[in-house]
Every structure is written in structure tokens, then in C-alpha cells.
Design a protein around this ligand. Structure first.
Ligand SMILES: [Fe+2]
Length: 251
């Protein structure tokens, strides 16, 4: 009798165990199906994010391209500045990398170098192309181009750093530049980099009022400007770049 009870309890126990086992197996199946679903949704989300990133990058490039077109159209009016923005961009990119900026930041500095004078669109040709010295009133208009350029690119949220480079590319480290009279490190690093590239390229290009300087004369001028107009540390890095061969202005 006691043996029958023990047997039926054992059977009952075995049936319960089996039921628990089956329920666990079912849960496991359901869990792994849910996991598979989650995984494929996650992969789908990653694909969407990648597509979005690509589309966003394409839109950014298209916007910047059209601005470059505008900058080129501006340069085309003036034979003296032809190719200036491209060369400044190339020099600025190399200087940015040599100064230790990461590649993405160097790219923004180069883009800003391409567009640094875009605000000259708002300066009349009679001033831009004037062969003689500018009057005080004409200088006031000429000095408005960095601020105007920054306003032109201001709606491009992804290019906020570039806008600040454009705004400050005529600041001088001694505080006597424009538009804000910033000093030393208060001037954004990208703007100090573009300033060195801009001054070097301007010195080594013909201008309506003077012939181009030789590389050696330009280096002497730049060294003279270190600490007053230009960041002395960046000038040192730039001169090292020059000594290691003519910097390739190609982007
Ligand atoms: Fe400028």
C-alpha cells in the first residue's frame, strides 16, 4: 500500500517535472524567436541609420559644393585671386594636420579655407578690384567681408565651426585685427590656421598693386608677422612644412 502511494507520488512528480520542462522549453523557443526578431529589427535600424548618415553626408556635400561654386564665381571676376581659395584650403588642411588636429577637424578648416572670402560677394567690384589704396570708407566695407561670409554659411548647422573660422580669419594675435579684435587663443584655432595660409598665399601671388614675393621673401614676412598678426607656434609649424618641400595645395 505504502509502495503504491510512493509510486503514484513519483509518477505525479515526474509528470509535473515534465510539464515544467516543456513549459521551460516553450519559453526558451519563444525567447529565442523574440531574440531573432529583435536582432533583425536592430540590424534593420542600423541599415536605416547608415542610409540616413549617407543621405545626410550627401546633402552636406551638395550644399558645400554649391557654396564653392559661388566662391569660384567670385574669384573668376578677379584674375588676381584666381585659385587663391583652393590654395588656402590645401595649405590650411596640411597645417591643421601638422598642428595635430584630427582629420575631421582638418577637413572643416580646409572647407572654411575654401569659403573664407565668400563674404566678398557683398563688396562692390569697384572696391575689390581697385588698383590703388582704399579710402577709409572703402576699408570699412572691405572689412565687413568676414562677418558677411559667416552670415552666409550660418544657416548650415553642421558647419558652425567653419562659420567661426570664416568670421575670424582676419583677427590678429595682438588684438588689432577685425571684426572682433580677439587676441591670441581667443581666436579659434582654425581661423589662426587659415590666417597663416591666407597671408602666405597672398604674399606669393601677384596683386594689382605689387608683384608676388619670392618664397624666401614671403617666409621672412611671415616670420616678421609672427606674434603680431599670426600665431607664432603655427608659423613655426608652417615653416617646418615649407622646409620639407613646397606644400601641395591640392585638397
Ligand atoms: Fe579675407
Amino acid at each position: 500500500m505504502a509502495r503504491d502511494v510512493a509510486l503514484s507520488q513519483a509518477l505525479l512528480y515526474a509528470r509535473e517535472l515534465k510539464a515544467v520542462y516543456e513549459a521551460t522549453r516553450e519559453r526558451e523557443h519563444a525567447l529565442s524567436a523574440a531574440y531573432r526578431r529583435l536582432r533583425s529589427q536592430h540590424q534593420q535600424t542600423l541599415r536605416y541609420a547608415e542610409d540616413l548618415r549617407r543621405l545626410y553626408g550627401r546633402a552636406e556635400r551638395a550644399i558645400l559644393q554649391s557654396l564653392h561654386g559661388l566662391a569660384n564665381a567670385l574669384e573668376a571676376k578677379d584674375p588676381y585671386t584666381h585659385g587663391h581659395s583652393q590654395r588656402v584650403a590645401g595649405l590650411a588642411r596640411r597645417l591643421a594636420l601638422a598642428a595635430g588636429l584630427p582629420a575631421a577637424s582638418a577637413r572643416v578648416v580646409a572647407q572654411a579655407g575654401l569659403l573664407h572670402d565668400i563674404g566678398k560677394i557683398g563688396v562692390p567690384e569697384s572696391i575689390l578690384l581697385k588698383p590703388g589704396p582704399l579710402s577709409e570708407g572703402e576699408w570699412v566695407i572691405m572689412r565687413s567681408h568676414p562677418g558677411l561670409g559667416a552670415r552666409i554659411v550660418a544657416p548650415l548647422e553642421f558647419f558652425a565651426d567653419g562659420a567661426s573660422v570664416i568670421r575670424h580669419h582676419h583677427e590678429r594675435v595682438d588684438g588689432s585685427g577685425y571684426p572682433d579684435g580677439l587676441r591670441r587663443d581667443a581666436i579659434p584655432l582654425g581661423a589662426r590656421i587659415v590666417a597663416v595660409a591666407d597671408v602666405y598665399d597672398a604674399l606669393t601671388s601677384d596683386r594689382p598693386y605689387r608683384r608676388r614675393f619670392s618664397s624666401r621673401e614671403a617666409v621672412a614676412q611671415i616670420e616678421g608677422g609672427a606674434g603680431q598678426a599670426l600665431d607664432p607656434g603655427l608659423v613655426g609649424t608652417f615653416l617646418t612644412l615649407l622646409r620639407h618641400g613646397q606644400p601641395d595645395p591640392a585638397l
